[in-house]
Design a protein around this ligand. Structure first.
Ligand SMILES: [Zn+2]
Length: 113
């Protein structure tokens, strides 16, 4: 079974668990929730303060970039749904189209959540 690391940047400590573990991992020193690191990134030695700072910075940059990508995808998906509703409503109304528009509007409402 593959193992992954969770780290506490305050204590520069690491905890290893099964990669399948999905719960919160508390720091063994301060008990605060650890940050998931995965299995590919090496945990720096405890005394290498600068390596820990660089790792923290790297994770922050990666997460920010991912959040931006997810936001852009959500905006694009909403736009696609709106365009499809406009397209269907511009055609002669029938029961199938009315139902399709209703479903698309429901998806649109859900994508704003
Ligand atoms: Zn800690």
């Amino acid at each position: 079974m593959a193992t992954s690391a969770w780290v506490c940047f305050n204590c520069r400590s690491a905890v290893r668990r099964s990669s399948a573990f999905r719960g919160e991992v508390p720091c063994p020193i301060c008990s605060k929730e650890c940050t998931f690191l995965g299995y590919r990134i090496l945990v720096p030695p405890k005394q290498k303060v600068r390596e820990w700072a660089a790792l923290r910075e790297q994770l922050f940059r990666e997460r920010t970039a991912r959040d931006v990508r997810e936001h852009e995808m959500a905006v694009r998906q909403r736009h696609d749904l709106e365009q499809e509703i406009v397209r269907l409503e511009s055609m002669p109304a029938n029961r199938g189209r009315a139902r399709a528009v209703q479903l698309l509007r429901r998806q649109l409402a859900g994508s704003n959540a």
